[in-house]
Design a protein around this ligand. Sequence first.
Ligand code: ACO
Length: 403
Amino acid sequence: DGNNGLGVGALLKETGLVTYDVGFVNTASCKSAITYIDGDEGILRYRGYPIEQLAAGSTFVEVAYLLIYGTLPTSDELGNFEDLIRRHTMLHEDLRAFFNGFPRDAHPMPVLSSAVSALGTFYQDSLDPFDAEQVEISTIRLLAKLPTIAAYAYKKSVGQPFLYPDNSLSLTENFLRMTFGFPAEPYEFDETVVKALDLLFILHADHEQNCSTSTVRLVGSAHANLFNSVSAGIHALSGPLHGGANQAVLSMLGQLHESGEDPKAFMDRVKNKEDGVRLMGFGHRVYKNYDPRAAIIKKAADEILGKLGKNDPLLDIAKQLEEVALADDYFVERRLYPNVDFYTGLIYKAMGFPERMFTVLFALGRLPGWIAQWREMMNDPETKIGRPRQIYIGEPERDYPAS
Ligand code: ACO
C-alpha cells in the first residue's frame, strides 16, 4: 500500500473492506421512500407521483404535506395544515432585531441560515428530535417562518421596512407581499407571478440525496435538532455547484450579454476548460438525460416572460447556449443537459428578484424535502451516526525531534 501498513493496509486490517468512493458517486447512504429519480430516463416522482402531474395540478403547500406525511392530504387535512402554517408566520420581535446585526450588503443565504439556526434558541421547547409533538411543531414553525425570514433578508438588503405577515394570504402570496410590498399600502398580486413561484417551489421541493439534503441528514444523524440540521443544509445549498448555480447562471448570461462574446466562442472556452470555466446550469450527478424539472421550467419561462411582457435578451442567449451544447460532442458524450438551475434565474429576474435572492428561493422550495428526509431518518431504526472512513495518505509514524 506504499504506507508501511499504516494507510490502506491498517484500514483493511481493522474493517475487512473499505470502499473508496469520492463524492459518493455509487454509495447509498440510506433507504428512502420519499423521492424516486431515474436519471437515465429523466424521471422524477415525489411519493410515487410524477413531477409533471404535481406541477400541473398541485400547490406547494400540498406537495409539502405529501413529502412530509407520505400521502396527499384530504381537503380538510390540507385546510388544517395551511391554517397551522398561517398561525406561525410571525417572527419573535427579538429575532427581527437580529437582521440589523448584518452588514447591509450581506449575502442573504448566510443571513437565512443564521436566522434558522437562531430559531432554535427562541423555541427551546421543540428541540427534541425524538419527541413526535416537538418535531411536529418545529416542522410547522420552519415551514411558516422561512418565508418571513427570507423576505426580511431581502428587505434588509434594500434598506426597506419589514412587513408583518398577513395571514389571510397563502404562503406564496404572503412571501411575495412581505418581499415587494410596503407597510400601509395595498399590495397588488400578479396571478402569473404567484402561480409561477408556487410552481418553482414545487419543482424544487425534494431531490433525494443531493448535497444539501445529505448535509441535513448527516448533521441530524448526530441527533442535532431540526433547526440546526436545516441551517447546515442552507449553507450546503449556497455553493455554486449546487443551488448557488442559479445565481451563477444569470451572472454568466449577463457577462456574455455585456461582452457580446459569441456563444460558440464561449462554449469553446468551456470545452477547453479555460480557467476552469463551466457552463453553469448544465450537467447533473444523477440525470444523464434531460432534467424533467428543466423541461417544465423551460416551457414556463417562455410563457411567464411573455405574460409579464418581459423580453429578456438573456433568454435568447440561454437558448443559443443550449442549442450549441445539444449538438456538440463534448456535451453529448458527457451527457450534459440543462439542469433545474439553467432557466429559473430568468424567471426570478422577470419577477423582480435580484440575483442574490435566487438561491434563497431555491431554499424556500427545498425546505419540505429537507424536513421530510430528516424526519424519515429520525424514525428509521437502521439510522446510525454518519461517519465516513478515509484512506490515510500522510506520513508514517515519526519522532518529534528531541531538543
Ligand atoms: N460545463 C462543462 N463541463 C462540465 C460541466 C459543465 N457544466 N459539468 C460537467 N462537465 C464535465 C466535467 O468537466 C467532466 O469532464 P471530464 O470527464 O473531461 O473531466 C465531466 O463533465 C464530468 O463532470 P463531473 O464534474 O465529474 O460531474 P459531477 O457529477 O461530479 O458534477 C455537477 C455534477 C457538479 C452538477 C457538474 O455538472 C457542474 O459543475 N455543473 C455546473 C454547476 C451546476 O449547474 N450545478 C447545479 C447542479 S443541479 C442542482 O444542484 C440543483
